[in-house]
Design a protein around this ligand. Structure first.
Ligand code: CU
Length: 315
């Protein structure tokens, strides 16, 4: 896939956060090595053979001062770099480009000031972007690792994150606060475009909904199902909800009841299509008729093809 793995300067916050991170990691590592070697040295120096008579040591002002002053300095240095990286995140420039992010169980939607709505976050390069975070139900948390930003999305509270994307590309965005059964579906993409391309995309209001950054049938299939709500009744992990799980569905040996007769066959494209447009023609054994309604008119043949591609991946 064409996702950028290297994230050097993907946003204006990368340097500040990485500096603090590497510093703290370095200090921890130095202590780990130092303490381990001191320990090994003491085991050697004070073992029973070399040092049969234990010595009592009564206080040492010099030592006390050393191990108070040095850690204090180290902690203050860590605090300084942490603060320096964090403080600018709390003040968005006044001329930021505003986008509202709505989190709910279990998806994110992005709404722009001109009414455009997407499930991929589109942003212009080299321009301050401010995301206003709204939750409709529980606490979610918006995380864009490559940009080094992360903020809880709390119902009833005004929360935001801002950043300046500095590199064209596609990045991951996801919920990082466990928010219930299908928490893992809250997984989206951020597409950073040069400002002129972005503006062209932005004024085109003919394509209002569901513009995808990653255009593959499986991704599309999953997104269609997420948006139309299939996962309310079907799981992908093998657990039984209102309907059977999609895990291992494609190609498996199914037993269904059609017109009161039980029959067995292998699940294929045709069966999935019939299940979606005429769900009560074949009813899966052990489940009730009439719970799943037909999606005729709501989903196109092409949607169903993409759904099928996605179902094939659920081994
Ligand atoms: Cu969530």
């Amino acid at each position: 896939m064409y996702i950028l793995l290297s994230t050097t300067n993907a946003s204006n916050f990368v340097t500040g956060v990485d500096k603090a991170f590497i510093l703290i990691l370095g200090i921890s590592f130095a202590f780990l090595i130092g303490l381990t070697f001191t320990m090994l040295y003491f085991i050697y120096k004070y073992n029973n053979k070399k040092n049969p008579q234990a010595t009592q040591i009564k206080g040492s002002t010099k030592l006390e001062i050393i191990w108070t002053v040095i850690p204090t300095i180290l902690v203050l240095v860590m605090f300084y770099y942490g603060w320096a990286g964090w403080a600018p995140m709390r003040k968005a420039p006044d001329d930021s480009f505003n986008i509202q992010v709505t989190g709910r169980m279990w998806n994110f939607t992005f709404q722009y000031e001109n009414g455009k709505k997407t499930d991929t976050l589109f942003v212009p390069m080299n321009k301050a972007v401010k995301l206003n975070l709204v939750s409709l139900d529980v606490i979610h948390s918006l995380y864009i690792p490559s940009f080094r930003v992360k903020e809880d999305v709390v119902p009833g509270r005004d929360k935001f994150v801002w950043f300046i994307p500095q590199r064209e590309g596609i990045y991951e965005l996801f919920c990082t606060e466990y928010c219930g059964m299908n928490h893992s579906y809250m997984y989206n993409w951020v597409k950073v475009m040069p400002e002129t391309d972005f503006n062209k995309w932005y004024v085109d209001t003919t394509k209002r909904v569901d513009v995808a950054a990653v255009d593959s049938p499986t991704e599309n299939g999953k997104r269609i199902m997420k948006n139309i709500g299939c996962f309310a009744c079907h799981s992908v992990d093998g657990s039984k909800l209102v309907g059977p799980s999609f895990k291992g569905l494609y190609g498996h040996q199914a037993t269904v009841i059609s017109d009161g007769n039980e029959r067995e066959f292998t699940v294929d494209d045709e069966y999935i299509k019939r299940s979606i447009f005429d769900p009560n023609a074949d009813v899966v054994k052990g489940f009730s008729k009439g719970l799943m309604l037909s999606y005729t008119g709501q989903l196109s043949e092409d949607d169903v093809k993409q759904i099928t591609e996605y179902l094939k991946t659920l081994k």
